[in-house]
Design a protein around this ligand. Structure first.
Ligand code: ADP
Ligand code: MG
Length: 460
């Protein structure tokens, strides 16, 4: 197809060449695509492949006015990442092209019905960070990972919807994005990856502008809908209703739906029962806190990704101290890298302690989950074993120890601990605490074991 850019005689040109796609623009108004292409080629030299592939290439230029390039991005997540990571570089390039004071103005004002932009990376550059290749798999995330892979291999067939849930910074957005990127690469599908908030914003805009039918049409044309942070829908009835119909329409047509949330469907309060049951109708996969081995593997893999020489004993030490999220592990690694850049000292555990002291001292209080993880590791069990109902003697004692440590080593109430152990009665927790206390008095070895665990927990 030919595209002609006409300055003055757009209407004449359209009549004269009806088979040619004519785009008109007023004189003095630059063509956004051309400026953007030039910006991209200049940005290539200044940004990492990750920033370019994941974020910058997702910007769709819409217009240029008064030295402002207006662009659209597919989600609020894109908006935030672009603001934090690359906005300044982009503004620099735009100033070169459009003159001083030029800037980029972004909005998430449309559900972009288009395949996710595939990062085109030079072979020697690192890959887009939100890919399956950069996702390290361990016990705590293996179900989520395997099911996300399955969705890529058989979209709309095996797990529909796939509902990923887990605490903050554990890799939900990473996996959801990896699904979008892989599907965008291997199949010709219309994919939307957006946060529930972006969905809600689009919906509100459509309602206000009377274009709700167009909104529905756009959404229902999709082959794959991936919605992150669906807990955002809690308490928003109108959004839930629209989402319910969207869900049903896509699901009935065999289109793949992937959802991510910080809680399981049943635990999202103020979420309509009918949505909860829809969300549970495929596969729900939890991502739990990363276990020690995984924490170590993630740290070494991230260090390798950025070419940082992280001694194994330092990696081990960091992995033993930072247990609550992968995001915090990454934060610690970045601190170490920055700390080493500013100093000639070689990195050992002592130096790492100094660099990370500020973040370790403010470590948040321990959680019931951390206790479970610690105890499970010590007794060679899985966290599931501790939480769920099995009553064999192999799990009974470790479970009681975990309940005891949850009471003594965290700020959780009996009721919260009971909820953390599969919704048991809080009297069960009180009973466990008594049993462990009694046994501590009777058996010094047992007391030593419990103390050792309590110390480990306190050290984080
Ligand atoms: P969530 O959406 O669950 O809050 P994210 O997906 O944003 O968490 O993950 C936080 C950070 O940790 C991201 O930079 C992500 O790449 C990284 N991350 C999480 N899990 C893993 C993993 N298993 N392997 C590699 N990186 C991970
Ligand atoms: Mg997230």
């Amino acid at each position: 197809m030919w595209i002609v850019l006409a300055t003055r005689w757009k209407r004449w040109a359209r009549m004269r060449y009806p088979h040619v796609w004519i785009i008109g623009f007023r004189e003095g108004e630059a063509v956004p695509q051309a400026v953007w292409q030039e910006s991209l080629s200049r940005l290539k030299e200044r940004l990492s492949a990750t920033d370019l592939g994941c974020w910058v290439q997702a910007i769709h230029p819409v217009a240029i006015r008064d030295r402002r390039l207006y662009g659209e991005v597919p989600s609020v997540m894109h908006l935030e990442q672009i603001r934090n990571r690359v906005q300044r570089n982009i503004a620099g390039v735009l100033e070169e092209l459009l003159g001083p004071g030029a800037e980029l103005v972004l909005s998430v004002n449309r559900l972009r019905v288009q395949p996710v932009v595939e990062p085109r990376l030079a072979p020697d550059r690192p890959r887009c960070s939100y890919s399956f290749e950069s996702f390290v798999v361990g016990e705590s995330n293996s179900l989520a990972h395997a099911s996300a892979r399955e969705v890529v291999d058989h979209p709309g067939v095996t797990y529909n919807p796939l509902f990923l849930y887990g605490g903050v910074g554990l890799g939900k957005t990473h996996l959801a994005s990896a699904v979008a990127h892989s599907l965008g690469k291997s199949h010709r599908l219309r994919i939307a990856l957006l946060s529930a908030e972006a969905f809600a914003n689009d919906l509100i805009r459509a309602l206000l502008s009377g274009s709700i039918d167009a909104f529905r049409l756009r959404v229902r044309q999709l082959d794959v809908l991936i919605v992150d942070d669906v807990q955002f829908l809690a308490g928003k009835e109108r959004m839930q209703e629209e989402f319910f119909h969207t869900f049903n329409a896509l699901h009935a047509a065999g289109k793949q739906i992937v959802l991510a949330s910080d809680q399981a469907p049943r635990s999202i309060s103020n979420l309509a029962e009918r949505l909860q049951s829809r969300f549970e109708s495929g596969l729900t996969a939890e991502i739990r806190l990363p276990e020690a081995v995984l924490r170590l593997a993630i740290l070494t893999s991230k260090a390798k990704e950025v070419g940082f020489d992280l001694p194994l004993e330092v990696a081990r030490w960091v992995a033993s101290k930072i247990v609550s999220s992968v995001r915090e592990l990454e934060g610690a690694l970045h601190r170490l890298i920055a700390g080493c850049r500013c100093s000639r000292r070689s990195l050992d555990v002592g130096f790492a302690k100094e660099i990370l002291r500020p973040i370790l001292r403010n470590a948040p209080p321990r959680t019931v989950e951390q206790v479970q993880q610690l105890v499970a590791e010590r007794f060679y069990l899985s966290q599931e074993d501790l939480v769920h109902r099995g009553r064999t003697s192999r799990v009974r004692l470790p479970r009681q120890v975990a309940m005891y440590l949850s009471r003594k080593g965290t700020k959780a109430t009996y009721a919260e601990i009971a909820a953390g152990f599969g919704g048991r009665d809080h009297s069960t927790i009180m009973h466990a605490v008594k049993c462990v206390e009694a046994r501590r008095h009777e058996e010094p070895e047992f007391a030593a074991l419990v103390d050792e665990l309590a110390e480990k927990l306190a050290a984080g």
